[in-house]
Design a protein around this ligand. Structure first.
Ligand code: FRU
Length: 491
């Protein structure tokens, strides 16, 4: 049952007696709670926010609606980690409720200045006619972990030429100047990102639009833009809404992708870049957000979900989780995402297998499980189809394979268990050509993240199998191939 607007726009203090406790109990009975992914204690999680390293520890916030699987009144929920493997819930980081964020503390980012962690976010408000008025706001955390909001927004107006879809500031520092980009919609209903500049994080000057070479109607809104430099390249990540599906591309309801180019010219705002590429090939990935690690690696975390879709956990009172952290690199002009090496700490109980298959299926009994990491390398590829079935039992299975004739990778979740709405589709594919394949899977109770050839492509997806579906099976069709496989339990 959908909530009414009034129910969705309540503050947490307005919870009915026992409401959250009941919800918590309902969620504890859910068979799809994750083991090692960040998930909401109740309600709905969406974008990662304010990812940062401050005061000797990683901070990660996320968009949170406490009362159910709905996009209602959003909070920033705060988690921390020493090792990027295990996360501890701190609780609510930023609460909505002031005149400039009365209807939600929306997405944003973090930056350290003067021993404080500054959190820049979009304050969402609605007037009596339910018209949206966005403000860009600031809060800061001190060394004792206390977060305080500034009394006034730092950017109170939407510049001329843009609609009220104006949000998600991502801030960075270059030399002595702060910059931020904000996701925007032009008055003609096309998407873009705009740039602001500040000397002190408090007073911001509008610079204008980022000038890309994309067509001017590339989507109707760009959410969560993120700009950074990596190995002397300028990288722009964003989540454009409104791209039409095109062959294997743009199959999800909304997209997430990147542009690699020369460093952005901060004076002219000109960005010379290559084509737009999707960051992920799976079903559930959106609103990614990056930061620098303590030792200077560029790390990315995404929302493992999408707006405007119903998910099977909705009936259990919660929705969504975040992806594992990934390290970004550039390889031949392409953005590469690798699981961070810290995750190796989670590895337990190693098992290995090596075998050649010829038009056959092989169940590897030792490899069964609900939460694990599994790597397999394929050599001597003679077969047309070479793949794996996992979280399998009887008719249920999630299938990932390589088609060496069509030269494509395919993820099929049509038999994965409980499915999403049919119009979302059950298959995602991506062209890929290689004589050797290394496939690395991170499987959790209700998700899988598949990295191909050390991060050249990634398929990120939720799956909703039965807790009994634990089997792992490899196969080839129309020929043979050799597999070298290893699995670690994460349970
Ligand atoms: C993206 C998004 C952001 C917004 C936030 C609200 O998923 O719509 O643009 O700030 O979620 O929760």
């Amino acid at each position: 049952i959908k909530m009414t607007k009034e129910e969705k726009y309540r503050y947490i203090e307005q919870a009915r007696p026992d409401e959250l406790e009941k919800l918590q109990k309902q969620i504890e009975r859910c068979a799809w709670r994750q083991n090692y992914h960040i998930q909401p204690q109740t309600g709905l999680l969406n974008d990662p926010n304010g990812f940062s390293y401050y005061n000797g520890i990683y901070h990660l916030f996320y968009q949170w609606f406490p009362f159910g699987p709905e996009h209602g009144m959003k909070y920033w929920f705060h988690t921390v980690s020493k090792d990027l493997c295990t996360w501890e819930n701190v609780g609510i980081g930023i609460k909505p409720g002031d005149s400039y964020d009365s209807h939600g503390v929306y997405s944003g980012s973090a930056i350290v200045k003067d021993e404080k962690l500054y959190l820049m976010y979009t304050g969402n408000t609605r007037d009596e006619n339910w018209v949206r008025h966005p403000f860009q706001c600031m809060a800061y955390m001190n060394e004792s972990g206390v977060i305080q909001k500034l009394t006034n927004p730092v950017i109170s107006t939407v510049p001329n030429g843009y609609t009220d879809h104006f949000r998600d500031p991502k801030v960075w520092k270059k030399d002595d100047t702060y910059f931020c980009i904000i996701g925007a919609q032009r008055k003609n209903k096309t998407g873009c990102a705009v740039l602001y500049k500040s000397s002190d994080l408090m007073n911001w000057e509008f610079q204008g639009e980022l000038e890309t070479t994309l067509p001017s109607n590339f989507g109707y809104m760009w959410e969560c833009p993120d700009y950074f430099e990596l190995e002397e390249h300028g990288i722009l990540l964003f989540s454009p809404q409104g791209l039409e599906a095109e062959g294997e591309k743009y199959q999800n309801i909304y997209q997430s992708g990147y542009l690699v180019g020369e460093p952005l010219d901060l004076e002219t705002r000109k960005f010379c870049h290559d084509a737009f590429h999707e960051l992920d090939r799976g079903f559930d990935f959106y609103a990614q957000h990056t930061t620098l690690s303590e030792d200077g690696r560029r790390l990315l975390i995404g929302w493992m979900g999408l707006p405007d879709l119903a998910y099977p956990t909705d009936q259990n009172g919660w929705a969504h989780c975040l992806t594992i952290p990934r390290q970004l690199e550039i390889r031949e002009g392409k953005l590469i995402q690798q699981p961070i090496s810290e995750l190796m700490k989670l590895r337990k109980n190693e098992r290995q297998a090596r075998f050649t298959l010829e038009n056959e299926r092989k169940k590897v009994k030792e490899f069964s499980g609900l939460s694990y990491e599994l790597i397999y390398e394929i050599e001597n590829i003679q077969a047309r189809y070479i793949g794996i079935e996992f979280r399998a039992k009887d008719q249920e299975k999630t299938v990932f394979f390589y088609d060496s004739i069509k030269k494509e990778l395919v993820l099929d979740r049509s038999l994965s268990g409980k499915s999403l709405e049919a119009e979302n589709g059950n298959i995602r594919r991506c062209s890929f050509s290689a004589s050797k394949l290394k496939i690395q899977l991170f499987v959790d109770v209700s998700s899988v993240e598949i990295f191909i050839n050390d991060g050249e492509e990634v398929f990120t997806s939720r799956i909703f199998p039965s807790p009994h579906s634990k089997e792992v099976c490899f196969f080839t069709e129309n020929g043979s191939a050799t597999f070298q496989a290893v699995q670690w339990s994460y349970e």
